[in-house]
Design a protein around this ligand. Structure first.
Ligand SMILES: [Zn+2]
Length: 460
């Protein structure tokens, strides 16, 4: 009896696994894709063009339009059968110039020391100097306990990464709430300014910007991230001195929304053209860097996979869309518009993959999908292992493809490169072309191409 139940339980999984069992022909074809990418890959040269000719390309800026034109051209030049632009309104946040923060007095004595800061994305500031006593807290719990001390002060959050989390995106997720909500939490109790520790475990003094949002119920106070070394200094100073006076100013403002575009190339499926597989990265970046890892790498991974499929003459069974998404960083308008159009047209999106965790050595993929689908995909591990994929886990995806899952329940997949160095450069001035390695970048494209091939061949 026990044995029969066991067999019955096994049947559905066995049926699925039969269809996805890797074959020698698959291994040979993936090797062909890998050889093509590692020998003739254009990803690194494309990244050079995007980072050095366009550079930083925040939504709504003139550089955004240059990046869009670059993307259309690159896809067409590399032989995309069809390229289209999907319009969406995007916000236009402008940093302005002259932002600063400095210590002006310690225990009543004049003592000036400049701090390396960047205003947080979407933050507002009229450029007027705000000078106040610093209240340094470790976290929201401490802020809550000391809420009576907040009025009229500049609040500093010492939101360090949890060093025990080996998956650095988990540390980022936890510390990130201070960037997103810290200013309004502080303003709720009367703070006049907010400084957060940059979201990184690096101890280089590079400050890291990134998106924040105000709660409309509270005053919209200036908000900055401070470089890690200056963060350490502020924190230790606040422990030793009762009154540290800080002066700061920011200049952020929003210009009217403007029209941005997702850039979409498509190869029509030969057998199941109505089944769509999306692969993408986001074309926008922050304004203070070249957006090389975030997300130039994902953009050129996407283009490279298309190029390699065409170069080896691969005719997909299903329709594959290669999408350069607009405005991930401070609005997610591109991903939202893409999913809304998919729903409106009643499209069948069977799988979506995003590369938005950098161009480092590939380690694996993470999925948001039914457990049996992830288990079936894990059968493909031996095929991708020679190129670096060693894990396929759950809870993954990417910001731009998230709305596809919410609108259409599309299974999601995030490409996972090694994450230990990503937050050294993420949203910092150091996210430049020179910090991306050609071999690591190309190997990323190899693993993504291999997985997309398998999803196309066997479905998901
Ligand atoms: Zn990104």
């Amino acid at each position: 009896m026990k044995k029969i139940i066991y067999l019955l339980l096994l049947v559905p999984f066995f049926a699925l696994s039969q269809a996805t069992e890797p074959s020698n022909a698959d291994a040979i074809f993936i090797k062909k894709l890998a050889d093509e990418i590692l020998t003739n890959g254009k990803a690194y040269d494309l990244l050079y063009e995007l980072t050095k000719t366009v550079g930083g390309r925040i939504a709504g800026s003139p550089a955004m339009y240059q990046a869009e034109a670059w993307g259309v051209n690159a896809l067409q030049q590399l032989g995309a059968p069809a390229v289209s632009k999907q319009a969406c309104m995007v916000p236009r946040w402008v940093r302005g110039s002259g932002d600063f923060a400095k210590i002006t007095r310690i225990d009543g004595k004049k003592q000036v020391r400049a701090l390396d800061v960047l205003a947080l994305g979407n933050s507002l500031g009229d450029g007027k100097k705000v000078e106040a006593i610093l209240l340094a807290v470790q976290n929201f719990d401490e802020l809550e306990k000391r809420k009576d001390e907040v009025e009229g002060k500049i609040v500093y959050f010492n939101n360090s990464f949890d060093a025990t989390l080996v998956k650095t995106f988990e540390a980022y997720g936890k510390a990130g709430q201070y960037r997103r909500n810290g200013a309004s939490q502080a303003a709720k109790y009367g703070a006049v300014g907010c400084i957060i520790r940059s979201l990184t475990s690096s101890t280089a003094n590079d400050p890291h910007t990134g998106g924040m949002a105000y709660n409309d119920s509270f005053p919209k106070i200036p908000a900055q991230a401070v470089g890690p070394r200056d963060a350490d200094y502020l924190w230790s100073l606040a422990k030793q001195s009762s009154t540290v006076k800080v002066s700061m100013a920011t200049h952020g403002k929003f210009l009217p929304d403007t029209t941005g575009h997702n850039i979409i190339a498509e190869i029509k499926g030969s057998q199941f053209p109505e089944e769509i597989i999306t692969i993408g990265g986001h074309l926008d970046s922050w304004d203070v860097n070249e957006g090389a890892h975030d997300d130039g790498a994902g953009v050129v991974h996407t283009i490279e996979v298309m190029r390699a499929f065409l170069a080896v003459g691969y005719q997909p069974k299903r329709t594959i869309r290669f999408v350069l998404f607009a405005n991930e960083e401070n609005g997610l308008r591109g991903g939202t518009a893409y999913a809304a159009a998919a729903k409106e047209k009643n499209e069948k999106h069977i799988f979506a993959l995003e590369s938005d965790e950098g161009g480092f050595t590939p380690r694996g993929f993470s999925f948001t999908a039914a457990p049996e689908k992830i288990a079936a995909a894990q059968r493909w591990l031996p095929l991708l292992k020679p190129y670096g994929t060693s894990s396929m886990d759950d809870i993954g995806g990417g910001a731009d493809i998230g709305p596809l899952n919410r609108n259409l329940n599309t299974p999601l997949c995030g490409f996972l490169p090694d994450s230990q160095r990503y937050f050294d450069v993420h949203h910092a001035r150091s996210d430049v072309f020179e910090n991306v390695n050609k071999r690591e970048l190309l190997l990323g494209a190899v693993n993504i191409a291999g997985l997309i091939f398998l999803v196309d061949k066997y479905g998901f």
